[in-house]
Write a new protein. Structure first.
Length: 138
């Protein structure tokens, strides 16, 4: 069976600025699916991609209004990381590249999370789950 892939589509105001923001975090772009209207950001090769679509192009895929990320949250994107240090490093890079910190880091012992808001207002949560620490029983 072939590996499933996910392509998350997000509207952006300025594609060049958005690409520069995510490049500063270390992400690359697949040129095969990148042009003046869209950029295919590679999160995990062969499986996780984020399609960054300029708003007029994004509107061709839906009849609904685009969420105003300054007032509402349309989605919370969560990515796993390999360590607490990777979580903190990505948040620091996001802040340095013009993103904002949405909230303080959360440490649950078995799971550590922190996140940022990108320059288009999309919320990104980063988590590290420690395989050596048992999750508490409910």
């Amino acid at each position: 069976m072939a590996t499933k892939q996910i392509f998350v589509n997000l509207p952006v105001k300025d594609l060049d600025k958005t690409k520069a923001f995510f490049a500063a975090l270390g992400y690359t772009f697949n040129p095969q699916f990148t042009d003046a209207n869209a950029a295919c950001m590679v999160v995990q090769k062969d499986s996780i991609h984020v399609m960054l679509l300029v708003e007029p192009f994004f509107k061709t895929f839906t009849t609904k209004a685009i969420a105003d990320t300054g007032k509402t949250t349309e989605v919370l994107l969560c990515l796993s990381c390999e360590s607490r240090a990777e979580v903190d490093d990505l948040v620091a890079k996001a802040k340095a590249a013009g993103g904002t910190i949405a909230r303080e880091p959360q440490d649950y012992g078995f799971m550590y999370g922190h996140g940022f808001q990108d320059i288009d207002g999309h919320l990104w949560e980063l988590v590290f789950m420690d395989p050596n620490v048992e999750m508490p029983k409910q």
